[in-house]
Design a protein around this ligand. Structure first.
Ligand code: F6R
Length: 607
């Protein structure tokens, strides 16, 4: 959570900082602020509103200078007030800091610094950083920053200014991401490469325990002991940037429409000449044969992808597979060992609970595989191997293409494992491979449900509560459909396994209650149809999404959404799309902030 940005250049830095913050706003939007070195004074501008308000405030009273830092906040320590908004300055205004992460020992440091006469203005954990730098400053900005960094425990990426070195930004990292960009006549740093990609093609990913000094014409890297460090330059290809909404009203809508291409890109990366393959250097043949259990771990939508994935692994690879919510994984005595494959799913690659689960699984000797979107992210780096989902930058807080590419990756991994372990016969493998290749086209067909969802969403805008039901893999998709609905419309939405309704939840059904039933046909069809009838008999307005082949079984439904048939194991990927539209249009009619729903942030780096 929280986004940080910094520039050292010769022009006027504030517009670049503000534009960068717009790109980073998905990481948190409780407040925003910038600090700029201007005529040997550090000037700040802050808001408790969004970045566009920061821009208006800055434009009303601009200040000029080529070196500055900026921040967009998801509040953890202290309410989202202007005092708690970053950047934080030292008492004498000599230093400024922006920070992403959590300083775990901030209370002890604060007490120590207070006893030495430091006066704190904010309630944040961050403010200790700037006081520590002030305490250790003895004429060398770098030395003071490194001394401060060594006192901190927890997660941090921070950028700092010092008025004695007016062309310099100092950057430090421990676990939270920070990427340094090297441009022409300017250098920069950011929590996410997408915020700086328009300024440079050369990026350097800082590692834990590293620092950098940025000046307009140079960057130097150090470890926390002050030893110079050689860093590898990653050359960006220009696709890392956020290319805006591309004419769509919201990022979410744009990203919904990017799904066929995203899934196509991922599938074509691994499906060549009719064979699915993965290059996983840490998974030896012996280890692959030896796997006796698969645990799939993630949070929110990533967890939902995992729920779908378990069935694919059980059916296609014949391996017992279980899905876990990452924040629970460590506390349920996970029975994983050196014969376990633990798959960590994360779009951002930064989610704290997923990262903690990864570390727990590694501690227990499991082989860990990341299914991650953001290249070079912490989870991607710490897993034994990684499969990138190639979804491209996802800006809307509610994931769409992030989720569907996770599904596609899991389907392919299950198919590959089944094939490598000779569980799948040739005929079945061939048929599944064909169905896999057809998925982008099926998603394109599913996008045609937009008009239906839009037409019915308006009727939903006054609803207080909705329900989603499904069985088997349909339940997995229903979980995701329900989450999409609640997170962006703020309508209470509950997902219940269809067969479980009558054990309690059905008491909430009354005339007019909207129940969305997801049904992929096959063995679950008849039973789900009965469950739909049960709620309809109690007055529910029923909506059912099913493949065309199941249409005949579905009578007496209020709204039908039919999608092309595909392999039932893969149906989730198309099935969720109409519900992305339902959520989107309902939120639109309710006047919600679709791309930045209240209280949420895209990258959740707190446990
Ligand atoms: C919901 C959503 C979240 C994320 C979850 C995990 O639309 O986006 O539930 O799926 O916070 O995030 P990642 O995948 O980044 O680990």
């Amino acid at each position: 959570m929280c986004g940080i940005i910094a520039f050292s250049e010769r022009g006027s830095v504030a517009p670049h900082l503000i534009k960068g913050l717009e790109r980073l706003e998905y990481r948190g939007y409780d407040s925003a602020g910038i600090a700029v070195m201007s005529d040997c004074v550090i000037r700040t501008c802050k808001t408790t509103k969004r970045v566009n308000d920061l821009e208006a405030k800055y434009n009303a009273h601009p200040f000029y200078g080529g070196v500055g830092i900026g921040h967009t906040r998801w509040a953890t320590h202290g309410a989202p007030t202007e005092t708690n908004a970053h950047p934080h300055l030292s008492e004498d205004g000599h230093f400024a800091v922006v920070h992403n992460g959590i300083i775990e020992n901030y209370e002890a440091l604060r007490a120590e610094l207070k006893s030495e006469g430091h006066f704190f203005k904010s309630e944040t954990d961050t403010e200790v950083i700037v006081h520590l730098v002030e305490k250790y400053y003895n004429g060398s900005f770098l030395k003071a920053v490194l001394a401060a960094a060594k006192r901190l425990t927890g997660t941090f990426a921070a950028a700092l200014l010092c008025i004695d070195e007016p062309d310099t930004v100092a950057v430090i990292r421990n676990f939270s991401p920070i990427i340094v960009g090297i441009g022409t006549d300017k250098t920069m740093a950011s929590s996410d490469v997408s915020a700086i990609a328009e300024h440079t093609r050369k990026a350097v990913y800082l590692d834990d325990g590293e620092a950098a000094l940025l000046r307009p014409d140079s960057v130097s890297f150090y470890d926390f002991d002050g030893n110079p460090v050689e860093k590898e330059i990653t050359f960006l290809d220009g696709t890392e940037g956020d290319n805006g909404k591309n004419g769509a009203a919201h990022y979410m809508l744009k990203e919904i429409y990017e799904q066929p291409d995203a899934v196509r890109r991922l599938i074509s990366e691994h499906l060549k000449d009719g064979e699915v393959s993965f290059s996983l250097p840490s998974l030896s043949r012996e280890k692959l044969e030896d796997i006796d259990k698969i645990c799939i771990v993630g949070c929110g939508s990533a967890y939902h992808a995992g729920v779908s994935g378990t069935t694919a692994f059980r059916r296609l690879a014949g391996i017992p597979a279980y899905s876990y919510i990452a924040s629970e994984f460590r506390y349920m005595e996970p029975m994983v060992d050196s014969r376990s494959l633990v798959i960590l799913i994360s779009q951002s690659g930064e989610t704290a609970d997923t990262l903690a689960s990864l570390r727990e699984a590694k501690k227990r000797g499991a082989y860990t595989l990341g299914v991650v979107n953001v290249v070079g992210s912490l989870i991607a780096k710490e897993c034994d191997d990684v499969v990138y989902t190639l979804a491209g930058h996802e800006t809307a807080v509610a994931t769409t293409k992030g989720y569907t590419t996770q599904l596609a990756a899991l389907y392919m991994l299950a198919l590959w494992l089944g094939s490598e372990r000779k569980v799948l016969g040739d005929k079945r493998k061939k048929q599944l491979t064909k169905e896999l290749a057809a998925l982008p086209g099926i998603i394109e067909e599913a996008l045609k449900t937009e008009a239906h969802a839009k037409a019915h969403a308006e009727e939903m805008k006054e609803l207080e509560s909705v329900f989603f039901i499904g069985r088997g893999t349909d339940y997995a998709a229903a979980l995701e459909a329900s989450l999409k609905m609640k997170e962006i419309t703020y309508i209470h939405s509950e997902c219940c396994p269809a067969g479980e309704l009558k054990h309690g939840t059905i008491s909430l059904i009354e005339p007019g209650t909207r129940v969305f039933a997801l049904m992929s046909g096959g063995e679950v069809a008849a039973k789900t149809v009965n469950n739909i009838k049960e709620v309809r008999a109690r007055g529910a307005h029923t909506v059912c999404c099913a493949p065309v082949s199941a249409a005949a079984e579905l009578t007496d439904i209020d709204e039908m959404i039919l999608l092309p048939d595909t392999e039932p194991l893969f149906f989730n990927i198309a099935q969720v799309i109409p519900f992305q539209f339902y959520a989107y249009y309902t939120a639109l009619y309710r006047g919600c902030d679709i791309d930045k729903p209240r209280n949420l942030a895209k990258s959740v780096t707190v446990e």
